[in-house]
Design a protein around this ligand. Structure first.
Ligand code: PGA
Length: 245
């Protein structure tokens, strides 16, 4: 059976490197029956990656410079080369918080993906509809438009994971029904197959926690989860990892 994925997106947390270190250390105890990843904020990537260097836990970054993979005059950016040098092995692309706060478009995301691949960073591409789009039953069309970013890119299944994260489910305690998630994941997988990316894993994200995780386990369509809030404490993250083991 394919190993499932559980990835923690720490966003702009925790507030200091001591807490980041403690959280990283606790991840070392998790089972290797799951592909575990964590995505610290940039300031903590180095310390976290050092702690997890000889473990099974992959460390990622939350964003990447769109304009160079190396170095250059791009104030505020972190390049793929710098991220890899710190120990990052993958990057989140297109998280809804980046799409909404920073107005990141498909054109920009395509550039970021290209830079990341240049340095062999794997991509976790986040897609998802807003509440309004969900209510208007536009979900599948919105996802197709977001997945069209992959068209024309030289990317292989080995370097890509897709995370379906309905915007209205992130940090709200709300989730779609399991039937809805399975239907959406099947649609995403069909879309990826049509783009010759049939083996790509599709994760669910949005208000996954230690209480509801068992709802998402046991479906071939759901290859794991991307976890925000519940990834910040080992007490809530460890049971999620165990559920997918
Ligand atoms: P949440 O966030 O688990 O806190 O809802 C998920 C995410 O944004 O990746």
């Amino acid at each position: 059976m394919k190993k499932k994925y559980v990835i923690g997106n720490w966003k702009a947390n925790p507030s200091n490197s001591e807490q980041a270190r403690a959280l990283a250390k606790s991840l070392k105890e998790l089972t290797d029956k799951v592909n575990v990843g964590c995505v610290p904020s940039f300031v903590h990537v180095g310390v976290v990656a050092d702690i997890l260097a000889n473990s099974n836990v992959w460390v990622g970054v939350q964003d990447i410079c769109a304009f160079t993979a190396d170095t250059g005059a791009f104030t505020g950016d972190i390049s793929a080369e710098q991220a890899v040098d710190l120990g990052a092995r993958f990057v989140l692309i297109g998280h809804s918080e980046r799409r909404s706060y920073y107005k990141e478009s498909n054109a920009l995301l395509a550039k970021k993906i290209t830079q990341a691949l240049t340095k062999n960073l794997a991509i976790v591409l986040c897609v998802g509809e807003t509440k309004e789009q969900y209510e208007k039953k536009e979900t599948l069309a919105v996802l197709d438009e977001q997945l069209s970013v992959l068209a024309g890119l030289d990317i292989s299944s080995a370097h890509l994971v897709v995370a379906y994260e309905p915007v209205w489910a992130i940090g709200t305690g709300l989730t779609p029904t399991i039937d809805e998630i399975v239907e959406v994941h099947s649609h995403i997988k069909a879309n990826l197959t049509s783009q010759h990316l049939g083996d790509v894993c599709v994760l669910y994200g949005g208000s996954v926690n230690d209480k509801n995780v068992t709802e998402f386990v046991g479906f071939v369509e759901i290859d794991g989860v991307l976890v925000g809030g519940a990834s910040l404490k080992i007490e809530s993250f460890a049971p999620i990892v165990s559920a997918f083991a």
